[in-house]
Design a protein around this ligand. Structure first.
Ligand SMILES: [Ca+2]
Length: 209
């Protein structure tokens, strides 16, 4: 498997392989997954990474879809959606280049996706992070929003302070996938916070946990 770092999305919304980051031999399990760890010579925080896989016979896959890693529970917007990188331009309160859930959705929408969004938010004692955004942008790009990747396996999405009728995770992109969120919409608002108009009709959300 070879990993690459990338700048802005190319035509059609796919990243390719601008900078070679490293290679690793991995063995997949019966589901096709192969967890691994790698150390890189360059600072790879907040880059958009893609990968290719080559089998034992030398057959190489197409590039994987891009991955954005949310590293901050704040609600700041992306600083520049033309740069292909999820970055609010801030280093506080998370003490590193920030990528928030809001910025990740904005950047994915701007690049037309498809994007996998993973989570790596530091919390005291490893508790599940709580993201309490105002109304979030509609998810318009094919997005695999996997809060299960957060250490501890869960992200709390708290819509109590978002305001009456605010949209939470509202999807119009086909084949998007959301999992690993604990939704706290406040009293009686679970439905409205997830889908304000209850008509995510073009979405096919395979799993909503
Ligand atoms: Ca950006």
């Amino acid at each position: 498997m070879e990993l690459f770092g990338n700048g802005p999305l190319g035509p059609g919304g796919f990243h390719e392989g601008e900078r070679f980051l490293g290679a690793r031999e991995v063995k997949t399990d019966e589901t096709g997954n192969a967890p691994f760890k790698m150390t890189f010579a360059e600072d790879v925080r907040n880059i958009t990474a893609t990968a290719t896989a080559t089998d034992a016979d030398g057959n190489t896959s197409e590039f994987s879809i891009a991955t954005i890693v949310v590293n901050c529970a704040a609600d700041d917007p992306d600083a520049n959606t033309l740069d292909g990188v999820c970055n609010t331009g801030k280093t506080a309160p998370c003490g590193r280049p920030e990528c928030t859930l809001r910025a990740a959705i904005q950047q994915a929408n701007a690049g037309l996706g498809p994007v996998t969004v993973e989570f790596d938010i530091l919390t005291p004692g490893g508790a599940a992070p709580v993201i309490a955004p105002s109304a979030l942008p509609t998810i318009e790009a094919l997005m695999l929003l996997h809060a299960t990747t957060q250490p501890g396996g869960k992200v709390v999405l708290d819509g109590v302070g978002a305001g009456t009728g605010a949209s939470g995770l509202r999807i119009t992109a086909r084949d998007s996938e959301i999992k690993g969120f604990a939704i706290n919409p406040g009293r009686g608002r679970r439905e409205s916070y997830l889908y304000r108009d209850r008509q995510p009709t073009s979405a096919r959300s395979r799993q909503l946990a």
